[in-house]
Write a new protein. Structure first.
Length: 263
């Protein structure tokens, strides 16, 4: 050991022994390295799977928020349209939301979330941003039932805007059509004519759009023409509607409320 320490005579021997022992050292170290590699890969795979699940959940949440934003945007557009329609009229109005729709295919009725406590009354006119929708037929404390103009039992006094001819538009039960009653064959009416409320009957204020004539069929063997009208209002697509108070009734309601406040 002293001679090796001073002269390094055993250096070559150690080199030879190291070369001979290296395969054994490598063989012993291989399982350790393999196990470490497997553990690292398993951990990496588990982390990737966990991250993938997290990203998938975040994506679903983002999609849900996006759909909500789209729905809010559409609702915002509808409300802006309703508010724009209030600018065109001096009557008092109130926005109401649909709670349910009658599923009877031959009936056109809806339920609104406004009732007697909001001042809603039987016979009140119902409109949207495009035209007349119907009227209230029954009122509860917090909700009300409305009859759409396309219901077979509904009749609405109207006037042809171009000629001033007055008639009655009745519902057909279909979602997108009305018909005009007792129009003589020689009457001046044609496709494209706009129908507005005539104001007769004192339920619908005068001048509100009702629909547009889409077909006029005259039969010489019959005294009256068959006239089909497409409603102006989006009867089957609205989520919000406007309840309308005529000026006289709105003033009366304001006087009543002021009297109650004084009392």
């Amino acid at each position: 050991m002293t001679a090796d320490h001073r002269a390094g005579h055993l250096e070559r021997l150690r080199s030879v022994l190291s070369t001979l022992v290296y395969p054994l050292q490598y063989a012993v170290h291989v399982p350790i390295r393999l196990s470490a590699w497997v553990v690292d890969n398993l951990n990496s795979r588990g982390e990737l799977l966990e991250e993938n699940d997290r990203l998938r959940l975040e994506r679903l949440q983002l999609y849900a928020r996006l759909e909500k934003f789209i729905s809010l945007e559409a609702e915002n557009r509808r409300l802006r349209g309703l508010l724009n329609s209030t600018v065109k009229t001096s009557e008092r109005v109130l926005i109401a939301e649909l709670l349910s729709v009658d599923m009877n295919p031959y009936s056109r009725r809806i339920v609104l979330n406004k009732g007697r406590q909001d001042g809603v009354y039987q016979g009140q006119a119902l409109i949207d941003s495009r035209g007349v929708m119907g009227q209230i037929i029954s009122v509860g404390p917090v909700s009300s039932n409305a009859l759409l103009i396309t219901d077979p039992s509904h009749a609405l006094p109207v006037q042809i805007h171009r000629t001033g001819l007055r008639t009655v538009a009745t519902g057909t039960g279909a979602a997108d059509s009305l018909e005009l009653s007792h129009i003589p064959n020689n009457a001046d009416i044609r496709a494209g004519d706009l129908l507005v409320t005539s104001g007769l009957g004192e339920r619908f204020p005068q001048g509100y759009p009702v629909g547009k004539v889409i077909s006029v069929r005259r039969d010489s063997g019959r005294p009256f023409a068959d006239v089909v009208v497409e409603p102006s209002a989006r009867l089957e697509r609205n989520r919000e509607v406007l309840l309308l108070w005529p000026q006289s009734r709105a003033k009366g309601a304001m006087i009543d409320s002021a009297f109650k406040l004084r009392r």
